[in-house]
Structures are given as C-alpha cells and as structure tokens.
Design a protein around this ligand. Structure first.
Ligand SMILES: Cc1cc2nc3c(=O)[nH]c(=O)nc-3n(C[C@H](O)[C@H](O)[C@H](O)COP(=O)(O)OP(=O)(O)OC[C@H]3O[C@@H](n4cnc5c(N)ncnc54)[C@H](O)[C@@H]3O)c2cc1C
Length: 289
C-alpha cells in the first residue's frame, strides 16, 4: 500500500513540475491541496513531542518540580529508581526535553458512532514517575509473568492542582501531566484548521480539575512502548544486562530488545530497538574473534 501511494505521489509530482518544491513542508502541503491524499491526510502520522514549558503554565512549573522532589525523595525507592529520578529531574529543569507526545489519531475512543469520522487528540506522558513491575511467577517458562503496570499510581503534581488533594479518593497518578494535556489539547481546537473540521467535540463535563480528572480516568489507556524489564544498568543498582548486553552472572546470554532500555526516551522506540540490534551484531561479532 505504501508503495502504491508513494508511486502515485511521485507521479503526481512528475506531472506538476510547476509546483515549487523548496522543502519537505511544501510537498505534503501541495499534495494535500491538490489530491487530499498525503501525509497531512494521514492523521495518525501527525505527532509531536513537546516539553513542559510548551503546555504547562509558567506559574505551575515550580510547584510541579517541588512535587517531583517530594516523590523522588520518599523512602523505599529502589536504587535504579533513584538514578532514574535524578535523570528525569534534570530533564524537567532543562524544560527542553519532550515530556508529552501528542498524536492526532484518526479514530474515536469515547462512544464512537458507526459511520462517523473522528479525530482524537492523544497525549502520552513520556516520563511518568509511576513504576510498574514484571516478575517470574512459575518454573514453567511458558507461564505468563506477573505484571503490575501501576499506571497512574503516583501523586506527581498533586500540589499544582490543589483540588486533587481534596478529592475523597486522592489520585495515585501522574495526574497533572494528563490534566494539563487535556487543557492544552482543548486549546488546540481553537486553531482554524482543527476548528473548521470539528463538528462535535467531546469535552470533560467541565474544565474544573476534578472533572478533567474524571475524564482522564475514564479515557486513559496504556501506550505501546513497553521497556525496562531487563534494564541495562550497573548490577548493584538492579541492572539486568551490562553494557555488552550480557545478563549479569551468565557467560553467554544476551538480551537484544526494548527491555534493556532503562528509561523511556522522548520518542517512539522502534528506531532505538534497531540501533540496539545493530550494536548487538557488532558486539557479538567482535567477541567471537
Ligand atoms: C500497537 C503498537 C504500535 C506501536 N507503534 C509504534 C510506532 O509507531 N513507532 C515505534 O517506534 N514503536 C511502536 N511500537 C513499539 C515497538 O513496536 C516496540 O517497542 C518494538 O517492537 C519492541 O521490539 P522488541 O524486539 O523488544 O519486541 P517485539 O517486537 O515484540 O519482538 C519480540 C519477538 O519475540 C517473539 N517471541 C515472544 N515470545 C517468544 C518465545 N517464547 N519464543 C520465541 N519467540 C518469542 C515475538 O513473537 C516477537 O516476534 C508499537 C507497539 C505496539 C504494540
């Protein structure tokens, strides 16, 4: 399918030599204007990664950091978690590292009706404070492991939205990121190009924190970038593989997949998995001579 679209696009440009193709922005825009069949029509491919400073009000950034510090200094964190939080805090203070992914998704999630077209603005927290776990539960290698995803298990950011603190059932989650995203996503609907195609918009019941939070809880879903269950990190802080991808205390067992990534990056991970595989090939080749 990609091949046929690419060929059609190529033919289109061959026949439209007068269109000035000065850069990669021009190409999809020209295609969209002329054929309505381009990257701009494939909303699932339209995404962006933005730092806090781009979607959280300036006055909320400091309380957000304070809230982070509170969680990151609580007792009982594993040594690996502590190291991760040091890195995450550095990213937060830089205010340039992507913390949120926004995807313009071409399906409806909340009671979609048959025969209607939908766009959903998805927001993905790239660096949550919450942590899950994966443990072997049986001697049977085919038995599924025990997985505790623990999505939304952290009160990160509760203090920047004080109403969270007064809810009878305090949220255990990376709530502020999600709630601020909902506000930001709603503001994007004022942009002409989105406003002109949106006939009905599904909002939270109101834009009070509590209602946004209910909306978040009702609609939140896990992403697909599962990683970290065999983290590359020093053994004494809980790492599973060393920098040569070898499992500690083994002589000939390597892990080459997304599980070795010890902390999420601000991007999709497939390309990183390719890099790990290429690196593994080099390592294995070098070690066999
Ligand atoms: C729905 C979805 C959408 C995604 N979209 C994107 C995206 O747009 N961009 C992006 O960068 N990333 C995306 N990802 C993430 C990306 O696909 C994964 O991060 C990546 O594939 C992980 O690679 P991996 O090698 O670690 O695991 P996998 O690709 O899952 O490979 C594991 C392999 O092991 C095999 N296997 C499992 N158990 C056994 C067994 N007992 N014996 C033998 N073989 C076994 C499986 O069949 C599989 O082939 C997406 C993931 C999902 C699920």
């Amino acid at each position: 399918m990609c091949r046929s679209i690419c060929l059609r696009q190529y033919n289109f440009f061959l026949n439209q030599a007068i269109i000035p193709l000065t850069n990669f922005e021009t190409m999809p825009r020209s295609l969209q204007n002329n054929s309505h069949n381009s990257l701009l029509a494939a909303t699932d491919s339209i995404l962006s990664f933005i730092p806090f400073a781009d979607f959280v009000e300036g006055s909320k950034l400091q309380p957000l950091l304070a809230s982070f510090d509170e969680v990151a200094s609580q007792p009982g964190l594993s040594p690996l978690q502590q190291k991760q939080y040091i890195i995450q805090r550095e990213w937060l203070t830089q205010l340039t590292v992507p913390q949120l992914e926004i995807i313009l998704y071409s399906r409806g999630f909340i009671n979609p009706a048959a025969g209607e077209s939908y766009i959903t603005l998805l927001g993905g927290n790239q660096h949550p404070l919450g942590r899950g776990s994966v443990h072997v539960d049986s001697n049977d290698p085919l038995a599924p492991p025990l997985i505790a995803a623990n999505y939304l298990n952290n009160p990160f950011g509760a203090s920047i939205n004080p109403s969270f603190d007064s809810t009878p059932n305090p949220p255990k989650l990376d709530t502020s990121v999600a709630v601020e995203f909902v506000r930001f996503a709603t503001s994007l609907l004022n942009i002409d190009s989105l406003a002109s195609v949106a006939q009905n918009v599904t909002h939270p019941a109101s834009f009070e924190d509590a209602d946004i939070l209910s909306h978040v809880k009702a609609t939140i879903a896990p992403g697909c970038h599962i990683l970290g269950s065999a983290s590359m990190a020093p053994y004494n802080i809980g790492g599973v593989v060393d920098s040569e991808l070898k499992v500690y205390n083994t002589t000939n067992l390597r892990v080459v997949d997304a599980s070795i990534i010890p902390i999420h990056v601000g991007a999709h991970v497939q390309s990183l998995v390719y890099v790990i595989a290429e690196k593994a090939a080099d390592i294995i080749q070098a070690s066999s001579y």
